[in-house]
Design a protein around this ligand. Structure first.
Ligand SMILES: *Cc1c(COP(=O)(O)O)cnc(C)c1O
Length: 375
C-alpha cells in the first residue's frame, strides 16, 4: 500500500506534470513574472467557471479577506460577525483593520454559521458578516442574505475551503459559493481544493465599482501608475502560480468528484456507527469535501488521533482552539462568550485523510483502523 498522507500533492502532480512543467517553462521563457498573461487568463477562466463578472487575483486567501474588508468602507470599531469555528485568517483580518470581531455560533450539523446565533449578535454597529463555507460545505446563504438585507449588512463569503461548491436557494436558483454575497474570497494554498504550488488567492464580485476598488487596493491604491488614490497594499498572484492554476482549474470538477468518492467510501464504512457522526450533506448544496471531518461521541478523538498515527495514518484536529478563545483576541474578552456548539465541536472533531489520490486500499485501511479503535 502507498504511504497515506493527509493531502497527496506529489501524486496529483505526477498526473499533470507535463502540462504544468510546460506552463511554468512558458512563464520563464517570456519572463512575464509579474502580472503576465497567465494572470489575466486565469482571472478570466475562474470568472467563467464561477459565473461571475469580476475576479481579482491576489497573493493569498488572507489578503483576499483583508482587501475585501478594506474595500467595503468600514470605520474603526465597526462590528464584523464571523464564526469562531474557522481558520484564524477569517477573523484575524477584522482585528488587523481595527474593526471589532464578533463571534456567532455554528450549526452542529453543517459546521457553518447558525442564522439564529448570527441574528442575536447583530447590533447597531454591525456592518458585515463573514460566513465561512467550512470543510467544503456551503453556509446557509438564503438565511444569511435575508438577515443581511433586513439589517443592511455586507456579506464577505470566505470560500477558501469550498471553491467549486454551489448553493441552491429555495426558489431553485443555484450559484457557485463565493458569488452570492457582496464579495467572495478564496485561497490557492497548495492543500486547498484548487491549490497552486505556492501562495495565491482571489476575490470575486458581481459589482463593477467594488471590483475597481479591490483592484486598486491590491495595487498600492493606484489605477494609474504612481498616482495613489487610496491606501492599499501590494498583493499579487505570481504569473507562475497563475500558469499552474490554469492547468488545474479545468480539472477542479474531476478533483471534486474524486474527493466525493472518497467521502462516499468513508460514509459507507461508518454508516450507523453509534459513536461516529459522518459529515452532514446539506440538501441545498454540493459538499466538495475540503476536509472529511467526523464528530466522535462517547470516544476520545485525541486517542484516535494517536492510535492512527501509530499506524502511519495522519489525522488532524481542525481547529484545536476556536477563534474566540485565542489569546490574540484577549482584549475583546471574547473567551467569556458562550458559544456552546463551537466549544462542543472543538472537543470532538477529527479530520481524516482527504485528497484526490486516495485509493480503496488506503480508504479501507483508514476506515477499518478507525472502526477497530472504536470497536
Ligand atoms: C486557508 C484559509 C484561509 C487563508 O488562506 P491563505 O491563502 O493561507 O492565506 C482563509 N480562510 C479559510 C477558511 C481557510 O481555510
Amino acid at each position: 500500500m502507498r504511504a497515506i498522507q493527509m493531502v497527496d500533492l506529489k501524486g496529483q502532480y505526477a498526473e499533470i506534470k507535463e502540462e504544468v512543467d510546460l506552463a511554468i517553462r512558458e512563464v520563464l521563457e517570456t519572463a512575464a513574472f509579474i502580472n503576465g498573461g497567465a494572470v489575466t487568463d486565469f482571472a478570466r477562466n475562474l470568472g467563467t467557471y464561477l459565473g461571475i463578472d469580476h475576479v481579482i487575483p491576489c497573493a493569498n486567501g488572507t489578503d483576499a479577506l483583508q482587501i475585501a474588508l478594506m474595500g467595503l468602507g468600514l470605520e474603526p470599531g465597526d462590528e464584523v460577525i464571523t464564526p469562531s469555528f474557522t481558520f484564524i485568517a477569517t477573523t484575524e483580518v477584522v482585528a488587523l483593520l481595527r474593526l471589532k470581531p464578533v463571534f456567532a455560533d455554528v450549526d452542529p450539523k453543517t459546521f457553518c454559521l447558525d442564522p439564529v446565533s448570527l441574528e442575536k449578535q447583530i447590533t447597531k454597529k454591525t456592518r458585515a458578516i463573514v460566513p465561512v463555507h467550512l470543510y467544503g460545505q456551503s453556509a446557509p446563504m438564503n438565511e444569511i442574505m435575508e438577515l443581511a438585507g433586513t439589517y443592511g449588512l455586507k456579506v464577505v463569503e470566505d470560500n477558501a475551503q469550498a471553491i467549486g461548491s454551489d448553493y441552491t436557494f429555495p426558489d431553485g436558483r443555484t450559484f457557485k459559493t463565493g458569488t452570492i454575497g457582496t464579495v467572495g474570497t478564496t485561497s490557492f494554498f497548495p492543500s486547498k481544493n484548487l491549490g497552486a504550488y505556492g501562495d495565491g488567492g482571489a476575490l470575486f464580485t458581481q459589482d463593477a465599482s467594488l471590483a475597481e476598488i479591490f483592484k486598486m487596493i491590491a495595487n498600492h491604491g493606484q489605477k494609474k501608475r504612481y498616482y495613489h488614490e487610496i491606501v492599499g497594499c501590494n498583493s499579487r498572484l505570481d504569473s507562475i502560480q497563475a500558469a499552474i492554476l490554469n492547468v488545474k482549474l479545468p480539472r477542479l470538477d474531476e478533483y471534486i468528484t474524486r474527493r466525493r468518492a472518497a467521502a462516499d467510501f468513508y460514509d459507507r464504512a461508518f454508516s450507523g456507527h453509534p459513536k461516529i457522526r459522518t459529515p452532514y450533506r446539506a440538501p441545498y448544496s454540493k459538499h466538495v469535501f475540503h476536509q472529511y471531518t467526523l464528530v466522535l461521541e462517547g470516544a476520545d478523538r485525541n486517542k484516535l488521533n494517536e492510535f492512527l498515527a501509530a499506524r502511519n495514518i495522519p489525522s488532524m484536529i481542525y481547529y484545536p482552539v476556536p477563534a474566540h478563545r485565542q489569546n490574540m483576541f484577549a482584549s475583546f474578552q471574547s473567551g467569556l462568550q458562550q458559544l456552546e456548539v463551537t466549544d462542543w465541536l472543538t472537543e470532538r472533531v477529527i479530520s481524516l485523510p482527504m485528497h484526490t489520490e486516495l485509493d480503496e486500499e488506503q480508504l479501507g485501511f483508514i476506515s477499518n483502523s478507525v472502526l477497530e479503535f472504536l470497536h
